[in-house]
Design a protein around this ligand. Structure first.
Ligand code: TRP
Ligand code: SF4
Length: 405
């Protein structure tokens, strides 16, 4: 049960370092990150261990992409003053938590994660029947839980991983979440609500625990939420005592679904490296111009005088992203009457993409010329992340009986 107001929640997300970022990433993920960094405390990290679960035979690309990935984030407007940027493998606490969580995670939970079979089917050229690949969603759970993140911005394909994380957290809290004198403390906390409320609380708890009465649970939650005079710790205890989950050590996170990227590729399919239809964030001005000029258009427009249909043209999809109503009307009219040529139609798109990329290109060039500055940002982020991760891990070790070490 998460009683912390949304506003104070922490956001965490990661990205695998497997190549250059392109406009699809920008319009999907990065613009979202840039917005979130002003609204929440954000942690964004390079998921290099995750990349190894699939790229273990050719790890070169991981090392080559890691610094560039951070540079692309910075160029896109992710601000190291607002968000903590770090590299997963430099916070080894993720690995220890992954190990500890693996002790309590049923094998079936991992085998049933949809991406497990899907990716094995999809990436046939890779041998993914490894221990690391099976465990990768649990590593992701560790990434999330070690920062007690409340919100995890992910795409549709990753929602199941956040679901798993919730289940793992619940199981962990159930197994280890009780303080030694949990029941006594919860009873004492109930008394602080006053005789009448304490009695109501106990009745509702009994109705839920003995008869599974969900309404009783709801009423009890409302009762707790309305209490002004109990501390945060007592409140958590009372929530945990109600449903038998104990005081939670690892809070359950929620997925924050990233709106599906509407960015089409140069050929009208989804923009993706594997379709070879991308414009990268650091594409040169010449390449941008060339790529857009050679984009396919409505095949019906063989000659300049043949009218076309924007609905059948990838360039139109770019107008839907970059143009205003007036421009779009000009395209519709000009295309269907053969009033404009396709190069005329593409010119404003070239201009819009250049205008979008120009500042990113410049900033990326600046950072690329000064890798020490980027390293300094990363080092600072890693230290901050590590401080947080250490704290959670202390609680986890303690709870699992490893306090003697
Ligand atoms: N698995 C994610 C991906 O492939 C990356 C990732 C790793 C992640 N750990 C995470 C995302 C934690 C969100 C939170 O895209
Ligand atoms: Fe596509 Fe524009 Fe050419 Fe029409 S005029 S086919 S929308 S590029």
């Amino acid at each position: 049960m998460n009683s912390v107001p949304t506003h104070y929640q922490r956001v965490l997300s990661g990205m695998r370092p497997t190549g250059r970022l392109h406009l699809g990433h920008y319009h999907g993920v990065l613009q979202n990150w840039v917005k979130l960094q002003h609204e929440y405390e954000c942690f964004f990290f390079v998921a290099d261990w995750h990349a190894l679960t699939t790229h273990y035979e050719h790890p070169g690309v991981i090392g080559e992409s890691t610094l560039d990935l951070v540079i692309d984030w910075l160029a896109a407007g992710v601000n190291p003053g607002s968000a903590t940027l770090f590299i997963q493998s430099r916070v080894p606490e993720h690995a220890e938590l992954h190990l500890l969580l693996s002790m309590v995670t049923p094998l079936g939970w991992l085998e049933r994660v949809p991406t497990y079979k899907d990716q094995q089917e999809k990436l046939k050229e890779l041998d993914l029947s490894t221990y690391g690949f099976l465990g990768y969603p649990l590593l992701q759970s560790a990434d999330i839980l070690i920062y007690k993140a409340g919100l995890v911005p992910v795409g549709e394909d990753q929602v199941a991983h956040v679901e798993l994380t919730r289940e793992v957290a619940r199981r962990f809290n159930h197994l280890y979440g009780r303080e030694p004198d949990f029941a006594e403390r919860a009873e004492a906390a109930a008394k602080k609500m006053g005789k009448k409320n304490a009695k109501l609380y106990h009745t509702l708890r009994k109705r839920f625990q003995e008869q599974g009465d969900a309404e009783a649970l709801q009423v009890a939650h409302a009762l707790l939420e309305s209490q002004q005079n109990i501390s945060l710790g007592d409140r958590e205890r009372l929530f945990g005592y109600l449903d038998g989950s104990g005081k939670s050590i690892l809070p359950e996170p929620q997925a924050l679904l990233t709106p599906a990227a509407k960015m089409p590729g140069l050929d009208g399919q989804k923009m993706s490296k594997s379709y070879d239809n991308t414009i990268t964030l650091r594409e040169s001005a010449e390449a941008v111009e060339q790529k857009i000029r050679t984009m396919p258009t409505d095949p019906a427009r063989v000659r300049r005088n043949d009218p076309g249909d924007p609905a059948k043209c990838p360039v139109w999809q770019f107008h839907e992203i970059y143009s205003d109503d007036k421009m779009r009307e000009w395209v519709r009219e000009g295309c269907t009457t053969a009033g404009i040529g396709c190069l005329d139609c593409k010119a404003p798109i070239v201009a819009a993409v250049q205008a979008e990329l120009e500042p990113m290109r410049a900033m990326a060039a600046e950072y690329s010329a000064d890798p020490a500055a980027v390293q300094a940002i990363i080092t600072e982020g890693c230290e901050k992340a590590r401080d947080e991760a250490r704290e959670t891990l202390e609680d986890v070790r303690e709870a699992m009986g490893l306090g003697y070490r």
